[in-house]
Design a protein around this ligand. Structure first.
Ligand SMILES: Cc1cc2nc3c(=O)[nH]c(=O)nc-3n(C[C@H](O)[C@H](O)[C@H](O)COP(=O)(O)OP(=O)(O)OC[C@H]3O[C@@H](n4cnc5c(N)ncnc54)[C@H](O)[C@@H]3O)c2cc1C
Length: 282
C-alpha cells in the first residue's frame, strides 16, 4: 500500500466532497498504481486516429474502476530515451512530477483505456493525432513496438446513480470512452441517447453495440458547433444522468444548457473538458 500523507488524503476528501456538490461525482480508487508499460502494437484506425496496444504484467490484475477509466500517460521528455517515473507516492501525480528535477520530469497527458485484456496483460488506447503541438500527439504518432512509457492509474467518471434517460455526448477524443460505456451496456435495458461530434466521417469508428448513435460532422467549424444545437433541440428534460465529455466548450456548454436552461439537477451531470482549443491539457 502506498504511503499517502494524511494531509493529502484529507485534501482529496475535501475535493471529492466539493466535486459531489456541483456535479455527478466520478468513481474514486484508493490506490493509484504506477508502473511502466511497453508498446506491443500500433494500428491506424483512421488517418488521424492511432490505436496503440501496451503490455505490462500489472494489467493481469488491474483494478478497473469502470468502462470509461482514464489513466495518466507518462512520456520521456523530448531528447530523453527513457521515461523517469516519479518516485514519490502521491495521490496527485502532477505534484509528484513538479517535485522532480526538471531535466528528468516526464510529460503527462490523460487518455482512456479503450479495452483492457487481463489475460493478455494488455490495454488498447485510441489516440487522436493532431500534429506535433503537444507531447501526447507527438509521442503517439511516432510510437513503435518496444518503447516504454509510464502508466498512472486514474478513475472512471461514468457513475449514474439515478433512474431515467441517460444522455451521452462526446467529441472524437471522448469517443473511446463513450464506445466503452456503450459496449458495457450492450445487453442492459436502458434508455440511452448517444451523440458524437467528429471533424469528419473518417473519425466514425465502429462500436461493438447495437444502440443507435447520432453522429454529427463539424468540418472546420469550432468544436460544439453541431453538438450543442443538437442537444438543445431535444425535448427531454427529465434526464436521470448526463455524461458530457470532449473539448472544453462542448463539456461546459452542454452542462450550462442542461442545468441552467433545462433545470437538470447539477449532481446528475458529469462533465469533463478533455482538451481546450489553444491550451495544453497537463
Ligand atoms: C479523462 C480524459 C480522457 C481522455 N481520453 C482520450 C483518448 O482516449 N484519446 C485521445 O485522443 N484523447 C483523450 N483525451 C484528450 C487528450 O488528453 C488531450 O487531447 C490532450 O490535450 C492531448 O495532449 P497533447 O500533448 O497532444 O496536446 P496538448 O499539449 O495538451 O495541447 C497542445 C495544443 O494542441 C491542441 N489539442 C489538444 N488536443 C487536441 C485535439 N484532440 N485536436 C486538436 N487540437 C488539440 C491544444 O488545444 C493545444 O493548442 C482525454 C482527456 C481526458 C482528460
Amino acid at each position: 500500500m502506498p504511503n499517502y500523507s494524511t494531509f493529502e488524503r484529507l485534501q482529496m476528501k475535501v475535493l471529492d466532497k466539493a466535486v459531489g456538490l456541483v456535479m455527478a461525482p466520478p468513481v474514486q480508487r484508493a490506490v493509484y498504481d504506477q508502473f511502466t508499460m511497453t508498446v506491443v502494437g500500433t494500428a491506424d484506425l483512421a488517418p488521424n486516429v492511432r490505436r496503440i496496444t501496451f503490455r505490462a504484467e500489472e494489467f493481469a490484475d488491474h483494478d478497473h474502476t469502470g468502462a470509461d477509466e482514464y489513466f495518466g500517460l507518462l512520456m520521456p521528455r523530448p531528447g530523453a530515451s527513457e521515461v523517469t517515473m516519479p518516485s514519490e507516492d502521491r495521490i496527485n501525480v502532477r505534484q509528484a512530477i513538479r517535485r522532480m528535477p526538471e531535466d528528468r520530469r516526464p510529460d503527462l497527458r490523460w487518455y482512456t483505456i479503450r479495452r483492457l485484456r487481463r489475460a493478455e496483460k494488455e490495454i488498447d488506447v485510441d489516440f487522436v493525432l493532431h500534429g506535433d503541438a503537444g507531447p501526447g500527439s507527438r509521442w503517439a504518432s511516432r510510437a513503435e513496438p518496444g518503447q516504454t512509457v509510464g502508466f498512472r492509474a486514474g478513475n472512471a467518471t461514468y457513475l449514474p446513480t439515478r433512474p431515467g434517460p441517460r444522455l451521452l455526448a462526446a467529441d472524437e477524443t471522448a469517443l473511446p470512452a463513450l464506445s466503452a460505456i456503450l459496449e458495457a451496456h450492450q445487453d442492459a435495458d436502458l434508455d440511452i441517447h448517444a451523440y458524437v461530434e467528429v471533424p469528419d466521417d473518417s473519425y466514425r469508428l465502429p462500436i461493438d453495440c447495437d444502440r443507435q448513435v447520432t453522429w454529427l460532422v463539424r468540418g472546420d467549424a469550432a468544436p460544439g458547433t453541431r453538438l450543442l444545437p443538437a442537444v438543445a433541440d431535444l425535448d427531454t428534460t427529465d434526464w436521470g444522468y448526463a455524461w458530457l465529455c470532449g473539448e472544453s466548450a462542448i463539456a461546459t456548454g452542454l452542462r450550462r444548457h442542461l442545468v441552467r436552461e433545462r433545470g437538470v439537477d447539477r449532481r446528475r451531470v458529469m462533465f469533463s473538458g478533455y482538451w481546450k482549443v489553444g491550451s495544453a491539457r497537463e
